[in-house]
Design a protein around this ligand. Structure first.
Ligand SMILES: [Zn+2]
Length: 84
């Protein structure tokens, strides 16, 4: 009876030690994951910006230069843009 109680007590103490170690480690993991998420979001926003920039540009069919979406004529050769 006493033997099992002592075993349970040691298991409980071990469990408490594990929990305390986890309590110290979990915030570090959470901060690490948070930083990774922030870094990923920054990369994603940069990628979205790049994609939007590429979408807002029209490539001239004649000379291949990039023009603004609002432009109606190519800034290099003057040929009409749009209507692909
Ligand atoms: Zn052109």
């Amino acid at each position: 009876m006493y033997e099992t109680g002592g075993a349970l007590g040691s298991i409980f103490i071990l469990f408490l030690i594990v929990v305390s170690v986890m309590a110290f480690l979990v915030p570090l993991f959470i901060f690490r994951i948070r930083n990774e998420v922030i870094a990923q979001n920054a990369k994603l926003s940069i990628m979205i910006d790049l994609l939007n920039d590429s979408k807002t540009e029209i490539i001239c069919k004649l000379c291949g230069s990039q023009n603004n979406k609002t432009a109606t004529k190519c800034k290099f050769c003057g040929s009409p843009l749009g209507k692909i």
